[in-house]
Ligand binder design. Structure first.
Ligand code: ZN
Length: 285
């Protein structure tokens, strides 16, 4: 089966990671792609149970289209002890959907649901979007920023090859109180700007990749209360299983890598990330 970017997702699972000493959160997952199943299905339950066994007992299920955002809300309703939802039109979707206004109307309605705690993922992606479509992408980003502020929910940002414009649009429009850079991909200099502005940096499996020394530099700079960890499942499986189908359990591997890089005690670090996630998204149950 192929995912929305035509990547093969019939990949093997990595071995289950060693459980974390304290329970924590996967701040960003796409369980509908991991499972290709209904939001209330046993397939989703199995992935969540596997995560729990690894010490990951809460998951944020993130939106990318109007239709799929409904899936996110349904999953958060069904697994109301451990899943929260984010809803949005992904920056790669916004410029190409048939009727953006109709889709945004659906997102706006879903955003009022009590188990929707974030607007995302939104942002900019200049890697996948040609220059002629970027204005549309920027307009969608601005709309989502306003929605996050209006609903008083967190903003989850996707930023790929577009750091400068993401940072300047946030300044121009005014960032929501809780602004999260999902799968942080900037360097130490950009991290300093984000820290200064009070944003949260969420690190993914990319921090374990050989070609990402700048992420390992950045993670050391961030005050502990401005950090999160995520899998972005089914993408970005951490080393040594890069290329495997990623699942929320693997945030344990990401958290171990972050703590080791920072020289932090693993239990204290995982606890802090759990508290940060609940400050940003509220209680999961
Ligand atoms: Zn994502």
């Amino acid at each position: 089966m192929a995912d929305r970017h035509n990547r093969d997702i019939d990949r093997p699972l990595a071995p289950a990671p060693k459980p974390l000493p304290v329970p924590t959160v996967d701040a960003h997952a796409h369980l509908e792609i991991v499972t290709d199943a209904a939001p209330d299905s046993d397939a989703v339950r199995k992935v969540l149970d596997d995560a729990k066994a690894a010490g990951v007992d809460r998951v944020v299920q993130v939106g990318y289209s109007a239709e799929q955002s409904k899936w996110c809300v349904a999953a958060a309703e069904h697994f109301n002890d451990r899943v929260l939802a984010a809803v949005a039109l992904h920056p790669n979707e916004a410029p190409i959907v048939a009727d953006m206004d109709a889709d945004l109307k659906i997102i706006e309605e879903l955003a009022t649901h009590p188990r929707v705690r974030a607007i995302g993922e939104t942002g900019l992606d200049y890697f996948r979007t040609p220059p002629e479509l970027r204005k549309r992408q920027q307009d969608s980003f601005k709309w989502h920023i306003e929605l996050a502020k209006k609903t008083n929910k967190a903003l989850v940002i996707h930023d790929r090859d577009s750091h400068d414009d993401v940072l300047s649009i946030l300044q121009e429009v005014g960032a929501p109180e809780t602004t999260i850079f999902h799968c942080y991909s900037g360097d130490a200099a950009m991290a300093k700007i984000c820290i200064e502005r009070g944003y949260i940096l969420s690190f993914a499996g990319t921090i374990t990749f050989k070609n990402a020394p700048e992420l390992r530099e950045a993670v050391k700079l961030v005050p502990i209360d401005q950090l999160m960890a995520e899998t972005d499942s089914p993408f970005l499986s951490p080393m040594p299983n890069r290329g495997a189908l990623n699942v929320p359990a693997q945030v344990a591997t990401v958290i171990r890598a972050m703590a080791a890089e920072r020289g932090d005690d693993l239990a204290e670090f995982a606890n802090a990330l759990s508290a940060n996630a609940e400050r940003a998204f509220g209680k999961f149950n």
